[in-house]
Design a protein around this ligand. Sequence first.
Ligand SMILES: [Zn+2]
Length: 308
Amino acid sequence: MAVTKGEQYFLDRIRLGDEQVWADFVSRYRGRLLRFARAKLPQRADAEDVVQETFIAFLRSIGRYRGECDLETYLFALIRRKIIDSYRSAGARKVCLIQDAWDSDHDEGSSDLLDVVPSPAQTASWYARADEQHDQQKTILAEALSDLVDGLKKNLNLRDLQIIEMLLYCQIPNKEVARKMGLDEKAVALIKHRNLKQIRENVGHRLGIAEHKSAPMNADAEIPDSLLTDLWEYYRFSCPKRNTIGAYMLGTLEPDWHKYVEFHLNVLGCRFCRANLDDLQSQSQETQQEAFQARIMESTIGFLTRPM
Ligand SMILES: [Zn+2]
């Protein structure tokens, strides 16, 4: 989740105003950001504007960035915020294709799943205060979610991971998840219950370790799903790394992982990861084009008539 050494180097050089490193940084990330923006904004010029503004926002906020997530995740969070702010349509908030499909099939007035406001009772313990303690609670919850996903991946429990992603990342109802996975609804409810319990226990455990100066948070409190979704969208706990998506593209992943990445890209339709896939595919096409050009040049150059 946190910044790597390489990324820290980038950050340090950029903070010192190193223009070359900044140019490398822009060229490293602009492709995937543009792909992400294009999925929401059909006009290329609009998408380019948003990417440009994202890089400005990055430089403006670089002093406050604490490395709580990796740079790509941070940039995606910035660009998503820009798109939501400038295009206040219901669709701007959605991060996965599956949400569009679910919404258009079941549109009953409320067109935006993610605008659902948690009930006041839920709000009380988790959402209410935007202060230091609140931030600390969110950090602990994010760590618990990250542990959960890591555990599911480590145990190759990719079925539960897919279910949890649909429920928590995309807020797809149990019934629909059951249908997609060929399970009955009770089984899905049980899997959700089991995983939420694990999250709560993890949070409780972490609260036990972190000795609080202030009043401890109630670990038994129901955690609102919408908060889990907010955190998941921000940190992207389950998103495969860019090089894993590259390996998927080349068909070199183990079969279980290949299936999982395929699910994440095509069934869930995670837009962050699809942006990476599109960018990687266009890069590979460019490389192919260049290689093709080089081959033609090499084989034709001898036939080029030269002045005697
Ligand atoms: Zn993803």
